[in-house]
Design a binder for this molecule. Structure first.
Ligand SMILES: [Zn+2]
Ligand SMILES: [Zn+2]
Length: 169
C-alpha cells in the first residue's frame, strides 16, 4: 500500500528558535533553522494518521492544509508531544458522531486523561469539546488495513513507544 509520511516538526522540546536564545542557530535567517516540535503525519488509503500532537500542532496542520484526521498515536505524554490535543477540535467536529481514537500506552493514557480532564470527565458542562477517545495500547493496532506496531524505546529512564508502520518506523 502506498503511504505518504510527512515530518510535521523535528525541533527540540522547546522548539527552534528557542525563546530568548541568542545562539547562532536561533538567530539564523535560514528557514531550516525554524523547527516546530516533533510530530509525523501518515496518509494512506484516504486515511490520515498523526503521531503526537505538539504545542505547534495548529500551525503544522494549517501549513500542511490538513482537512481530516482519523487517528492519533502518542509516543509518550510529555508536554511537547501532547499539548496540541485541544486543537484536534475542528478536525474532530467534522467526524461527528465518530470520535478520533487516541492510542497511547496505559501510563500515557492516564497522564493525557489528567491533563485534559475537562474533555474526558462527563461533568464538564460546556460544549465545544474535542471529540476524541482514549485507547490504551496492548499490542499492535490494525487500522484501516495497516498495522501500527509499538516499539519500546528508552527516553532517559522512561520507557516510551515508537511506532513501526510498514517499512518505516
Ligand atoms: Zn539557540
Ligand atoms: Zn519526552
Amino acid at each position: 500500500m502506498k503511504a505518504t509520511l510527512t515530518v510535521l516538526g523535528s525541533g527540540t522540546s522547546m522548539g527552534v528558535p528557542t525563546i530568548g536564545c541568542q545562539c547562532a542557530v536561533c538567530r539564523s535567517e535560514d528557514p531550516r533553522d525554524r523547527r516546530t516540535r516533533p510530530s509525523i503525519l501518515i496518509e494512506y488509503g484516504g486515511k490520515v494518521v498523526l503521531i503526537d500532537t505538539t504545542p505547534d500542532f495548529r500551525q503544522q496542520a494549517i501549513r500542511e492544509n490538513m482537512r481530516s484526521l482519523d487517528a492519533v498515536f502518542y509516543t509518550h505524554a510529555h508536554a511537547d508531544h501532547i499539548l496540541g490535543l485541544d486543537d484536534l477540535r475542528p478536525l474532530s467536529f467534522r467526524r461527528r458522531p465518530y470520535k478520533i481514537p487516541l492510542y497511547a500506552t496505559p501510563e500515557a493514557t492516564e497522564t493525557i486523561r489528567r491533563m485534559f480532564c475537562y474533555i474526558f470527565e462527563a461533568k464538564y458542562k460546556f460544549g465545544g469539546l474535542a471529540q476524541v477517545e482514549l485507547k490504551p495500547l496492548d499490542g499492535p493496532v490494525e487500522l484501516f488495513e495497516a498495522v501500527f506496531e509499538p516499539v519500546k524505546v528508552l527516553h532517559g529512564d522512561l520507557e516510551i513507544v515508537g511506532y513501526r508502520f510498514g517499512l518505516a518506523a
